[in-house]
Ligand binder design. Structure first.
Ligand SMILES: [Zn+2]
Length: 113
């Protein structure tokens, strides 16, 4: 699960878009091809196209992954190699986050209008 945001064309700030969609096709199914969003910074309401939405690795998911990995590494320290595997968990989670963000960002919906 990645974080989605759009960049405001007025103030160039990012506003989060709440959705569980993993790509722009799902996002369109969720919110429609275009939808109204208010910029969280300059409060201008604007029509957002699904292609204007981008994904970035989710900080919470990555943070939880890091915390779990570190906790597991500490807890399993005496077992040696398992601690090393646990230590690799945050890297794996972050890698998966990066991959799903780039999957989302690489696929654009064909504009119908
Ligand atoms: Zn703005």
């Amino acid at each position: 699960m990645t974080s989605k945001y759009f960049t405001c064309k007025e103030c160039y700030e990012n506003t989060p878009v709440r959705t569980m969609a993993t790509d722009r096709v799902e996002l369109e199914r969720d919110k429609g091809e275009t939808f109204m969003m208010e910029c969280a910074h300059c409060y201008v309401r604007k029509e957002i196209h699904v292609n204007d939405v981008n994904a970035v690795p989710n900080k919470i998911v990555t943070g939880v992954g890091v915390a779990v990995g570190v906790a597991a590494a500490v807890a399993l320290w005496n077992i040696g190699f398992i601690a090393w595997i646990s230590g690799g968990l945050p890297v794996i989670i972050y890698g998966a986050q990066r991959k799903s963000a780039s999957t989302f960002n690489s696929y654009y919906l064909t504009r119908r209008n």
